[in-house]
Design a protein around this ligand. Structure first.
Ligand SMILES: Nc1nc2c(ncn2[C@@H]2O[C@@H]3COP(=O)(O)O[C@H]3[C@H]2O)c(=O)[nH]1
Ligand SMILES: [Zn+2]
Length: 418
């Protein structure tokens, strides 16, 4: 396996751009405004946010280090061949899979196994060395952030893979369409800086400027994907005919852009417009369902067994709260859904599950009924659990308020008597 140089190290960030309101973007911008591939040059000085405080998180700290990457590579090489057992391969096809018991090199090998078990290398003419190079570059381009990291990449890919088997998607989709689904799932959050599109726009980051505020992160994940693929030694698309390559590129672009949650309602409306008349012979319908499948995989934390899901929600909230604190320090109003002053986990999860995750899965179950037990079932259980916590909290606070009121009344009565 050959490794490739990290992309664009330190390049774009050396520019300083004055944006219309006079703020500076570039080397004087908060470090966190610069995603990997756009790091401020190492001047030896701490990078400062516009408020004069050290910017957080420092990109140099979130980047997966060469030492970490090489350690994973070394273990993949050492344990690579035939290391995934039949039991593990079976487990990978289920929605109950948990990442937490596995180290990164194992997750790497599992991703490799998914391509092998779907017979993509022989169908699309690439060898295992190219696949490993590709996965290695993917691994290195996920950052050490609480949520949008390589483990999240793995879990989204694994859910797409499980849904592929559970719903026998190979009877409906061409191998190329499924190849694109798995590859898009793996690449869908590449080089995520742990700061959302809200931050990118409000802080006027390099990415927001580059993509004119339109899905800055997702466009960056895509650009990173195709830069990795532009290296011949990593290019798992290199055996495709020119027309298949164009189809694959278009499919991956549409799939990754679909993971921007600001497009959620638009995609749901697109599906509603079909009025239940899904035609698998229609390429547009099939493609829309692939977008729903990748979205369902992206928001599938709560479809996992409770301990797995719970840890993921804590990771997500940790990332949200980091962002909200950074935004406050920069004078940006955080989104209420990310603000530690506002968010309570049970309420937040009730809201997310009942407005996003469950309706999305319910739509998909109309087309793929086999997800009812293995995906909707656990999500519904989580919703019931969080709802009961919210109800108990409401009861407790009512009782406390009543006690307080009664206490006040008693005190008032005593005062009057005296
Ligand atoms: N509040 C909440 N948000 C979630 C949950 N799962 C996914 N999301 C959000 O949905 C988004 C989907 O795209 P991302 O992976 O970029 O980031 C994800 C989170 O912002 C969840 O369980 N709770
Ligand atoms: Zn994601």
């Amino acid at each position: 396996m050959s490794s490739t140089a990290r992309l664009d190290d330190g390049s774009a960030a050396t520019e300083t751009t004055v944006v219309p309101n006079g703020e500076l973007v570039g080397s004087s911008a908060p470090a966190s405004a610069l995603t990997n591939g756009e790091h401020s040059p190492n001047t030896g000085r701490p990078l400062l946010g516009c408020c004069g405080r050290p910017a957080c998180p420092d990109p140099a700290k979130i980047r997966t280090s060469d030492a970490d990457s090489l350690a994973v590579l070394e273990r993949v090489r050492r344990f690579g061949a035939n290391n995934v057992s039949l039991d593990e391969r079976e487990a990978l096809r289920k929605t109950t899979f948990s990442n937490w018991e596995h180290s990164e090199y194992q997750l790497f090998l599992y991703l490799r196994q998914m391509y092998i078990d779907l017979r993509f290398p022989e169908q699309f003419n690439f060898d295992l060395e190219t696949l490993e190079n590709f996965l290695y570059d993917v691994f290195r381009h996920y950052n050490r952030v609480p949520f949008h990291n390589f483990h999240h990449c793995f879990m989204v890919a694994q859910m797409s893979y499980a849904l592929t088997w559970i719903n026998s998607l190979s009877e409906i989709y061409s191998p190329l369409e499924l190849f694109c689904l798995l590859t898009a799932a793996i690449c869908h959050d590449l080089d995520h800086p742990g700061l959302s599109n809200h931050y990118q726009r409000k802080a006027k980051t390099v990415l927001a400027l580059r993509y004119s505020d339109a899905s800055p992160l997702e466009n960056h994940h895509l650009a990173t994907t195709f830069r990795i693929l532009s290296n011949p030694s990593c290019n798992i698309f290199r055996g495709l005919s020119p027309s298949d390559y164009l189809k694959a590129r278009e499919a991956v672009v549409r799939l990754i852009l679909a993971t921007d949650m600001s497009r959620h309602h638009e995609i749901i409306e697109e599906f509603s417009a079909l009025s239940g008349q899904v035609d698998f012979g229609n390429a547009g319908h099939r493609e829309l369902l692939l977008r729903l499948l990748i979205k369902t995989s992206d928001v599938s934390n709560e479809a996992r067994p409770f301990p797995t899901a719970d840890r993921w929600i804590d990771c997500l909230l940790a990332e949200f709260f980091n962002e909200a604190r950074l935004e406050r320090s920069m004078g940006i109003e955080p989104l209420p859904t990310m603000d530690p002053e506002v968010v309570r986990k049970p309420q937040s999860q009730c809201h997310f599950i009942s407005t996003i995750a469950l309706p999305l899965a319910t739509i998909l179950a109309g087309v793929f009924p086999r997800i009812r037990d293995c995906y909707i079932g656990p999500i519904q259980k989580q919703l019931d659990f969080y709802s009961s916590v919210v109800r108990a909290e409401t009861r407790d606070s009512k009782t406390a308020a009543e006690k307080l009121n009664n206490g006040d009344e008693e005190a008032t009565t005593q005062e009057t008597t005296l």
